[in-house]
Design a protein around this ligand. Structure first.
Ligand code: NAP
Length: 330
């Protein structure tokens, strides 16, 4: 798989993980492969797709079929904001690798162009638009342009962040304009197209900062918390339209040129303290977020809506538990 460099596709890995250790696993995996090869598409994300494996007699075949069908994104139209590097890029690449047509945006034209070239190698249609999502009209222009270029939208991933760190006018402006309002505006633009098509999936990228007090980055934490609430509300509001809305709250993610890679040099103490606070003993990778996005967008997540999935190696739990975690049980 290109995204993680292992040479194994997302679909195959997720399917293996699901089937591994079950008596019917190997047999089922074989069936998965043939079903998948024969299949050119699958039901819309968000559409009802009952799994006929309720009784012991028919569980292995139908579950294997369901796995194969529901992780495919062939022909799906996926729009990802802020996707020239990091988490957004990994998400766009994961979908493209699984056969989706993908639209991406970023401010920097050079990074965007490199991302576009790479995505095109996977064979699907690609739309790339340089824009600054902080500008009020940009999210709608990007999503509308993507819908036109890809001929629809099945999945919207609101990933870009203004990374508003400082408790001053510019910090709050960046957080509100990009994390929050660009998400709202892109979502508002996407909804009528998804509704007309019979359903869709929206994924908002929040942060574990949205679940806890972070005095060092007040605007960032506050807008990420707002996204979690917005996700709950929209999950309910859009259920009748068969549009599922979920969020991912990543913990600290490290990749070359990313925020934690930079902090390793600029603030090694903070970097080390953060690392020490992750029970899993390492930073996360963008691919680990992308895999959860694939799950949420697939039919595997067909009844998940309004939720925020924390993906952090235990970082949030550890930060809430604090020193008492080491005390003897009382
Ligand atoms: P990143 O390295 O800063 O990349 C963000 C992407 O968005 C880039 O492609 C960037 O390209 C684009 N972008 C930024 N501002 C934009 C704007 N105003 N208009 C259009 N595009 C814009 O971010 P990341 O670390 O991958 O994080 C992605 C998401 O995950 C964010 O929502 C972030 O808050 C969240 N998250 C990250 C971490 C972490 O540890 N990295 C942890 C928790 C949550 P240009 O700069 O060229 O515009």
């Amino acid at each position: 798989m290109a995204a993680s460099g292992t040479g194994v596709s997302w679909k195959a890995r997720l399917r293996c993980a699901l089937l591994r250790g079950t008596p019917q696993g190997l047999q089922g995996a074989g069936r998965c492969a043939s079903v998948d090869a024969a299949k050119s598409g699958h039901s819309r994300p968000g559409a009802d797709n009952p799994i006929h494996s309720h009784s012991p007699g028919n569980s292995s075949v139908s579950f294997a079929r369901v796995c194969a069908m529901q992780i495919s994104f062939r022909g799906k139209k996926v729009v990802v904001t802020g996707a020239s590097r990091g988490i957004g890029w990994s998400i766009a690449l994961a979908f493209a690798t699984e056969g989706a047509d993908v639209a991406i945006c970023a401010r920097g034209a050079q990074g965007l162009e490199a991302a576009e070239v790479e995505l095109r190698r996977h064979g699907g249609a690609v739309f790339a638009m340089p824009c600054d999502l902080a500008e009020a009209s940009a999210p709608a222009s990007f999503v509308a342009g993507a819908v036109k270029a890809l001929d629809g939208i099945d999945i919207l991933v609101n990933n870009a962040s203004g990374i508003g760190m400082r408790d001053d006018e510019s910090g709050w402006r960046a957080g509100i304009d990009v994390d929050l309002m660009a998400t709202v505006r892109a979502t508002q633009t996407a909804i009528p197209f998804m509704e007309k098509a019979g359903g869709g999936v929206i994924i908002n990228i929040s942060s574990i900062s949205g679940f806890r007090a972070v005095p060092r980055t007040l605007p960032y934490a506050a807008v990420k918390a707002a996204l979690i609430n917005y996700t709950m509300g929209q999950g309910l509001a859009l259920a009748p339209k068969r549009i599922r809305v979920n969020a991912i709250a990543p913990g600290s993610i490290e990749f070359p040129g990313g925020v934690w890679d930079n902090r390793k040099a600029s603030d090694p103490q903070l970097y080390q303290r953060t690392l020490d606070g992750i029970p899993w003993g390492r930073f996360g990778t963008p691919e680990e977020i992308a895999r959860v996005a694939l799950f949420l967008a697939s039919e595997m997540g067909s009844w998940v809506t309004g939720q925020t999935i924390v993906v952090d190696g235990g970082q949030l739990l550890a930060s809430r538990t604090g020193p008492s975690a080491t005390l003897p049980a009382s």
